[in-house]
Design a binder for this molecule. Structure first.
Ligand SMILES: NC(=O)C1=CN([C@@H]2O[C@H](COP(=O)(O)OP(=O)(O)OC[C@H]3O[C@@H](n4cnc5c(N)ncnc54)[C@H](OP(=O)(O)O)[C@@H]3O)[C@@H](O)[C@H]2O)C=CC1
Ligand SMILES: CC(=O)N[C@@H](CCC(=O)OP(=O)(O)O)C(=O)O
Length: 353
């Protein structure tokens, strides 16, 4: 074992997924695991799917910070990471699953989250252009949110190729309930969620600015996104339907391919962009992403078409919000920061049915 990692916020859903993946990681050993209201509890009592952690108890946050771990994962509610990060000594590598350090613009952060901005860390989405080397060189990384992963990776290849209009992106996405965390909320009760799909945070979701930040960097131009989120009656998964108008460059010889603007061209751009990416799968023609196929994997499934009648490109993206959308992505970043193979300990295959 090369490195001991502490997990702070280990009793939550993101923390539980981190622990599940780290138990199978050949180079990272689980050190102190911290909780808040569950401090002192047996880890396997809170996470019965992790029986190998029976007999180990959650410590408090300060004890985990002081535990001497060379790597710390933070899986805390928004606003909490910043105060804990300030107590972590230099030289310790930190990956934050929360939002505190994701946005570069302080005003946008304060508008989206309602508390002052704590700063900006290296953004942890290795598949975005130039990101991998920055993550590998960083001591502190802000791992992206679940929706921003699904949506940014759907649009990025087409924006980078210049074939869609950055000023007219429209996304409707559905999330499973674990995306809202483990703490009790009335709207997450089984009797509220089962048999229901509901829109929420319409027109004001906090992930809007994060997606716009990512895609603006890829496009090299201002991006406008209409982003609507819905809650689906399933524990895990995100399905994002991402549409865009073709740009004036689409279907012209400027692309250098001499092809009509059609499904083959669009999926060809996606395939070329992700040709060397172990965790992004552009599905074969005719097969559409489904959340169930991604569960437990660190994999993004993509498919695309050109809806000629509407004059819009449609890209569908599916991920497991807790894996590629949170803990898996955090470990992918940690692997890079530690100089390990990026895929170490991370499943590509899903769990079905
Ligand atoms: N769920 C998801 O799909 C995703 C989550 N994220 C982000 O990851 C972070 C964790 O999310 P998630 O696991 O879902 O959240 P949960 O609500 O499930 O877990 C939160 C964790 O933080 C601990 N905690 C709560 N308050 C405090 C506090 N004041 N001091 C110290 N620890 C505290 C909790 O401890 P205890 O329960 O013992 O009180 C628990 O371990 C959030 O920032 C979230 O936005 C990012 C991407 C996806
Ligand atoms: C279903 C549900 O409520 N999902 C949450 C996702 C929160 C999340 O994951 O937050 P960060 O990625 O920003 O840390 C939401 O929509 O706010």
């Amino acid at each position: 074992m090369g490195m001991t990692a502490a997990v702070i916020g280990g009793s939550g859903y993101g923390g539980g997924e981190l622990l599940r993946l780290l138990l199978a990681h050949p180079e990272i050993e689980i050190g102190a695991v911290a909780a808040h209201s569950n401090a002192g509890e047996d880890i396997a009592d809170v996470h019965p799917h992790l029986p190998d952690l029976a007999g180990r108890t959650f410590v408090d946050t300060a004890a985990a910070v002081a535990s001497g771990a060379g790597l710390i994962f933070l899986a805390l509610p928004h606003g909490r990471s910043a105060e804990v990060a300030a107590t972590i000594p230099a030289g310790v590598k930190v990956v934050d699953l929360g939002a505190d350090f994701r946005l570069a613009n302080a005003d946008e952060w304060a508008r989206a989250y309602g508390v002052p901005h704590a700063g900006t860390w290296t953004y942890g989405m290795p598949e975005l252009p130039g990101a991998r080397a920055e993550i590998a060189a960083a001591e502190r990384v802000a791992a992206p949110g679940c929706y921003p992963t699904a949506v940014s990776l759907a649009y990025a290849p087409l924006l980078a190729a210049g074939v869609i209009e950055p000023a007219d992106l429209v996304t409707v996405a559905a999330s499973g309930t674990s995306g809202a965390g483990r703490s009790a909320k009335v709207n997450l009760l089984g009797s509220e969620v089962m048999g229901d799909v509901t829109a929420y945070k319409v027109g004001r979701h906090q992930h809007g600015p994060e997606i716009v930040q990512n895609l603006g960097r890829v496009a090299g131009a201002p991006v406008t996104l209409s982003f609507t989120t819905t809650l689906a009656p399933m524990p895990r998964g995100i399905l994002a339907t991402c549409t865009a108008r073709p740009s004036s460059k689409a279907g012209t010889d400027e692309l250098g391919v001499g092809l009509a603007f059609d499904d083959e061209l669009i999926t060809g751009i996606l395939r070329a962009f992700y040709a060397d990416e172990p965790f992004v799968k552009v599905l074969p023609a005719g097969r559409w992403p489904r959340t169930s196929a991604t569960l437990g994997s660190n994999t993004v499934h993509l498919q695309a078409t050109f809806d000629e009648g509407a004059g819009r490109v449609v890209v569908i993206s599916a991920i497991d919000n807790l894996t590629k959308g949170a803990a898996g992505q955090a470990i992918q970043c940690a692997n890079l920061m530690l100089g390990l193979p990026e895929t170490l300990g991370l499943p590509v295959t899903g769990l079905a049915p």
